[in-house]
Design a binder for this molecule. Structure first.
Ligand code: ATP
Ligand code: MG
Length: 566
C-alpha cells in the first residue's frame, strides 16, 4: 500500500499570524495571497517553494491566491517567460484565481505618485544616478539631502508630467519619496519611485517612458488587489518599512496588506538565481532553461520529477525565518518515493555486451527459439499488470556485469561462473571472444534448461541476478546520465564564482543503449524504472531518449545515518 510520505507541519509563524488576524478581524476573515514573479526568466525550485507557500496558505484558509506578473522592468521581461510561468504553476498543481499584471496598475500608481507630491512627500530630483547613490551614505555614514528636495510642490508636479510626456532623456531625472536622509534603514533614505526608461514593454508597448521601481509598485499592487498577506523571502526584510510607509500615506479603502518574510529555499550543489541560471545558458554550460541538469521547474519536469514530490518536499521543509541549505538528496528521496510507487519496471542495457547461449535450441527451420516470460510491471501496484518479455539465444547484458578476471567481491558473470538472468535461466560462462585490441566483445555461456524462470530444481544458489535484453528484439535508445551540475555543496563559496565549481562531466550521453521492446511504447514524458539502474524519464520531444531522474539508492538515508553517528 501507499507508504505515508512525511507529514507536513500544520503550523508555522505565517499561518499562526493569519489565524490571529482572522480572530482579530483585521481583514474581516479574508485571506488573500499572491505569487509575484518578475517575468524575466524561468521559475526554479526556489520559486516552487514560494508557490507552495502562497497557494498552499490561501487554500488552507479558504482564501484566494492570484498570480501577479511583476512586470515593471521592460528591459528584461518577455511573454515567453509569462507563458512558462503559467505552465509551471499549473504543472505544480495550482490554479491562480486570476492572472494579473503590475503593468495594469501603471495609471493608478502614477495618480498616487502625484498625490504624494501634493502632500509634500515626493519630489523630482534632477541629479544623476551616481550622485544620488553617493549621497545616500551608508551604515553610520550620513546621507546628504538633494538640492531638489525642497523644491515647490508645483515644480515637482510639472517635472513629473514632463517626465511622463517624454520631454527628458533617459536617466536625467527621477521621482523620489521624501522620507528621511538620515534614516538608519537605507531603504528609507528618499528612495526612487520612477525612472525614465525608453524601452518597449511586452504589454504596454511604448505608452510609458517612466517605470515604477519594485518598491513603488509592489505594495501598491498588493493593496489594489486586496492582498492581505504578502509573503516573500527574507532579503526583502529591509524593504518592509518602505512597503508600510507608502501604504500608510495612500488613501486605501481597507486595512493595508502585511508583508511577511520567510527563508529562501537553497539546495546543495544548486544555484537558485535566475541571473546565474541565465549565465549558464549564455556560457553554453547547459542547453537551455529545461536542460535536465537545471534546477528550473521546466527542467525538473523534463527530468521526470513528479510535481507531488516537489510539493511534499516543500511542505516537509516548511516555513522558517532562518536561511539554510537543504541537501538535494532529501528532495531526491521524495522523488524516488513517488516514482517507486508509480513507475513501471523495464529492462534496459546502457553499455551493451553480447552474450551468446551456445546450447540455445533452434526450431524446425533452424532459427533460434524465442521464449516469452511474463513479468510484473510494478510490484508496488498490481493494477499495472504484467507484460511479456522475449528471450532468445543472443542477449545484451551490461559490460559492468562481466569481468574476465573478477576483482575481489565481484559476483557477477566471469569465466566458469554461474549467474541468473533475471526471471529467465541460470547460465554459466564458458568462453569469451576478443577483438584485436584484446577487449572482450562477446561472452559465450551455456544455460541450464531445467532452470526456466530462474531457479534450478536442485535449489543450488547463484550470487548474482542480472538484467538482460534479447538482442533480436532490442530497441535502440539514448540514455543521458547526470551528475550534479556543481560539484561543491555550496557553489561559489570557495572562490566567489559559482562557475569555478562546475563539474565539467555533469552529463554522459550513452548513444548505444539496448532496451526491451515494451519501452518503444513509453509515452513522451513518462518515467519508468530501468531495473537495477534507476528511474528514467522519456524525453518529451526526442523519442527514445531517456534522462536519468534519480538512481535507486536512497542517499538521503545514508546522510542521515552519518549524521546520527556523528
Ligand atoms: P531570482 O533571484 O532567482 O531572480 P527573484 O526573487 O528575483 O529570483 P522573482 O520572480 O522576483 O524572483 O520572485 C518571485 C517570488 O519568488 C518572490 O516572492 C520571491 O521571494 C520568491 N522566490 C524567489 N527565489 C526563491 C527561493 N530561492 N526560495 C523561495 N522563494 C523564492
Ligand atoms: Mg528579483
Amino acid at each position: 500500500m501507499t507508504e505515508a510520505v512525511n507529514p507536513a507541519p500544520t503550523s508555522d509563524f505565517v499561518r499562526d499570524e493569519i489565524r490571529a488576524d482572522n480572530e482579530a478581524g483585521t481583514y474581516g476573515g479574508r485571506v488573500q495571497t499572491r505569487f509575484p514573479p518578475e517575468p524575466n526568466g524561468y521559475l526554479h525550485i526556489g520559486h516552487a517553494k514560494a508557490i507552495c507557500v502562497d497557494f498552499g496558505i490561501a487554500k488552507d484558509f479558504g482564501g484566494v491566491c492570484n498570480l501577479r506578473l511583476d512586470d515593471t522592468n521592460p528591459d528584461t521581461e518577455d511573454v515567453e517567460y509569462v507563458d512558462s510561468i503559467r505552465e509551471d504553476i499549473a504543472w505544480l498543481g495550482y490554479e491562480p484565481q486570476s492572472v494579473l499584471f503590475a503593468s495594469d496598475y501603471f495609471e493608478q500608481l502614477y495618480t498616487w505618485a502625484e498625490l504624494l507630491i501634493g502632500q509634500g512627500l515626493a519630489y523630482v530630483d534632477e541629479q544623476d544616478g551616481e550622485t544620488i547613490s553617493a549621497q545616500r551614505g551608508g551604515y553610520g555614514k550620513p546621507g546628504v539631502e538633494s538640492p531638489f528636495r525642497d523644491r515647490p510642490v508645483e515644480e515637482s508636479l510639472t517635472e513629473l508630467r514632463k517626465m511622463r510626456a517624454g520631454e527628458y532623456p533617459d536617466g536625467s531625472r527621477v521621482l523620489r519619496a521624501k522620507i528621511d536622509m538620515q534614516h538608519e534603514n537605507m531603504q528609507l533614505r528618499d528612495p526612487v519611485m520612477y525612472r525614465i526608461r525608453r524601452s518597449n514593454h511586452h504589454r504596454t508597448g511604448d505608452t510609458w517612458c517612466i517605470y515604477p521601481t519594485y518598491d513603488w509598485a509592489h505594495g501598491q499592487s498588493d493593496a489594489i488587489e486586496g492582498v492581505t498577506h504578502s509573503l516573500c523571502t527574507l532579503e526583502f526584510g529591509s524593504n518592509r518599512a518602505l512597503y508600510d510607509w507608502y501604504l500608510a500615506h495612500l488613501p486605501l479603502e481597507q486595512a493595508p496588506p502585511k508583508q511577511r518574510e520567510f527563508a529562501r529555499l537553497e539546495l546543495t550543489h544548486t544555484v537558485t538565481s535566475k541571473r546565474r541560471l541565465r549565465q549558464l545558458i549564455e556560457n553554453g554550460v547547459v542547453d537551455g532553461w529545461d536542460d535536465p541538469r537545471m534546477p528550473t521547474i521546466s527542467a525538473l519536469r523534463r527530468r521526470g520529477y513528479p510535481p507531488a514530490a516537489i510539493r511534499e518536499f516543500c511542505a516537509y521543509i516548511g516555513l522558517t525565518r532562518t536561511n539554510s541549505r537543504h541537501d538535494i538528496e532529501l528532495l531526491e528521496s521524495f522523488v524516488r518515493k513517488h516514482l517507486n510507487l508509480t513507475s513501471q519496471r523495464r529492462m534496459a542495457v546502457l553499455r551493451p555486451l553480447k552474450v551468446v547461449i551456445d546450447n540455445w535450441p533452434t526450431d524446425a527451420s533452424g532459427a533460434p527459439v524465442v521464449e516469452y516470460f511474463d513479468v510484473v510491471n510494478n510490484p508496488e501496484n498490481p493494477d499495472d499488470g504484467i507484460r511479456s518479455v522475449p528471450f532468445s539465444g543472443e542477449l545484451w547484458i551490461e559490460q559492468d556485469d562481466f569481468a574476465e578476471v573478477p576483482p575481489p567481491k565481484f559476483f557477477r558473470l566471469s569465466p566458469g561462473r554461474e549467474v541468473r538472468l533475471r526471471g529467465a535461466y541460470l547460465v554459466t560462462c564458458t568462453d569469451v571472444v576478443k577483438n584485436d585490441a584484446g577487449e572482450v566483445v562477446e561472452v559465450h555461456v551455456t544455460m541450464d534448461p531445467e532452470s526456466r524462470g530462474g531457479t534450478a530444481p536442485d535449489g543450488r544458489k547463484v550470487k548474482s541476478t542480472m538484467h538482460w535484453v534479447s538482442a533480436a528484439h532490442a530497441v535502440n535508445a539514448q540514455v543521458a546520465l547526470y551528475e550534479r551540475l556543481f560539484s561543491a555543496p555550496a557553489p561559489g563559496e570557495r572562490t566567489g564564482d559559482v562557475m569555478d565549481d562546475l563539474d565539467p562531466h555533469s552529463r554522459e550521453l550513452l548513444t548505444n543503449a539496448k532496451v526491451e521492446p515494451a519501452l518503444a511504447d513509453t509515452a513522451p514524458g513518462e518515467v519508468v524504472q530501468f531495473e537495477r539502474l534507476g528511474y528514467f524519464a522519456h524525453d518529451p520531444r526526442t523519442p527514445m531518449l531517456f534522462h536519468r531522474t534519480v538512481g535507486l539508492r536512497d542517499e538521503w538515508a545514508n546522510i542521515q545515518k552519518r549524521q546520527n553517528k556523528g
